[in-house]
Structures are given as C-alpha cells and as structure tokens.
Design a protein around this ligand. Structure first.
Ligand SMILES: [Zn+2]
Length: 80
C-alpha cells in the first residue's frame, strides 16, 4: 500500500509499523479474600481479528522506524 504521508513529520524517517487492533480474551477469576473478580494474567489472542486502527477521519497510525514514540496519522493513498 501507499500512504499520503510516508515519512515521519518529526525526523523524516520511514514508517516501521502500523497500529492495529485485535480481540484478546483476558482470563479473570474470583478472589474470595477481596470478594472481587481479578485478571489472572492469562490471555488468548485472536489474530484473525487483526485490523488497522482507524481514527475518526479513517486514517491509519504509522510508527517511525527510528523512534516508535514518533507516530503520525495518514490516509492510505492506494492499496497496491
Ligand atoms: Zn521519526
């Protein structure tokens, strides 16, 4: 694919990753001491649900290959 903005606005580097979302099942268990439900730390990924995270304008978020704290939104220019 091609992006409308394919270079980092902070340093000019190329993108190294794209943000995506995925369904994850987090296991919980009842803790009788506190009378609450708590995360156990076990989880199961559902990779078949991976899809690009889109903002309200339909843009993807790219992460800079030089510094993953550099992120920027962009539309896909073409799905080549
Ligand atoms: Zn950068």
């Amino acid at each position: 694919m091609r992006f409308e903005q394919s270079t980092c606005p902070e340093c000019g580097g190329p993108p190294g990753a794209i943000e995506e979302t995925m369904l994850v099942e987090q296991a919980i268990a009842f803790d009788e001491e506190t009378d609450t439900w708590e995360y156990t730390g076990d989880y199961q990924d559902h990779a078949e649900t991976l899809e690009p995270a889109l903002d309200t304008e339909g843009r993807r978020t790219l992460l800079c290959s030089r510094d993953s704290l550099h992120t920027w939104p962009t539309h896909v220019a073409a799905e080549v």
